[in-house]
Design a protein around this ligand. Structure first.
Ligand SMILES: Nc1nc2c(ncn2[C@@H]2O[C@H](COP(=O)(O)OP(=O)(O)OP(=O)(O)O)[C@@H](O)[C@H]2O)c(=O)[nH]1
Ligand SMILES: [Mg+2]
Length: 232
């Protein structure tokens, strides 16, 4: 079993006009990891987000705004082999950064993916439409995977870095679901752990209807590809 420490962790995220929240999120990461985790932001902002991130020591990779998955794919692939544990989060202060050490413990226990499940604890702070959508995505994915999954669209996970480079990622808005479902269907060790979820700080940049349709399409496509053995 590996014995990774916080020096082995990279915390990565897409950031898009999150000036109200980015400072809090990065301060939380620094506090709970004793400033030992590397931070990577793939940024598409036109506000001060990248300046605030750099001031706090994050590596900022600039990208035109091309959507959630385009940013998060670049972010998860950015850390080098010196950071064998990659933790994803969103940059809107919704996820509990204080759980990072526990996520790391679970990677050390042998899990390839540790996925923060917002649904089991109710996610009362999530907009009702999003909550219903996320439950529906989990139900659909559970049927297609033959395994009960509770939250397939969460933004907070820890990954064994090697896994991220063993699979080709193709989805944009549906990337979060893809990052869970391809490992599940390939027999990697994937565990969900219940987490709290806070109300977002700042305005959303997503259109929930269009985004929801894209995510449902991604779940169907990814599961069909994996079942047919088509994906590389
Ligand atoms: N670089 C980049 N980051 C993005 C883009 N779209 C979303 N993000 C970031 O990805 C993360 C997730 O986006 P959110 O808007 O929080 O998505 P959500 O949690 O599904 O929905 P809300 O919180 O209700 O807005 C946030 O940190 C965003 O700043 C993009 O096009 N480019
Ligand atoms: Mg959010």
């Amino acid at each position: 079993m590996p014995d990774y420490t916080l020096d082995d962790v990279a915390v990565v995220m897409g950031t898009y006009d999150e000036a109200e929240a980015v400072g809090r999120v990065l301060d939380d990461v620094a506090r709970v990891t004793d400033d030992r985790a590397a931070v990577v932001c793939v940024d598409s902002s036109s506000d001060r987000t990248p300046d605030i991130a750099r001031e706090r020591g994050a590596r900022v990779i600039e990208q035109e705004p091309r959507g959630y998955g385009e940013a998060v794919r670049e972010a998860v692939l950015a850390p080098g082999p010196d950071r064998p544990v990659v933790v994803t989060t969103d940059c809107d202060d919704t996820y509990p950064m204080e759980r990072i050490p526990e996520f790391l413990d679970r990677v050390n226990a042998g899990w390839d993916v540790v996925s923060g499940d917002r649904v089991s604890r109710g996610a009362e702070t999530m907009p009702a439409f999003n909550r219903a959508g996320n439950r529906a995505f989990a139900a659909l994915a559970s049927v297609l995977c033959g395994r009960r999954l509770r939250d397939v669209t969460t933004g907070m996970r820890a990954y064994r870095r090697g896994l991220l480079h063993e699979i080709r990622w193709t989805q944009n808005t549906g990337l979060s679901a893809e990052l869970l479902l391809r490992p599940v269907l390939r027999g990697y060790d994937v565990v969900e752990v219940a987490i709290d979820y806070d109300e977002r700080v700042g305005e959303t940049t997503l259109d929930p209807l269009r985004g929801g349709a894209e995510i449902a399409g991604s779940i169907l496509k990814v599961c069909a590809e994996e079942r047919a053995g088509l994906a590389d």
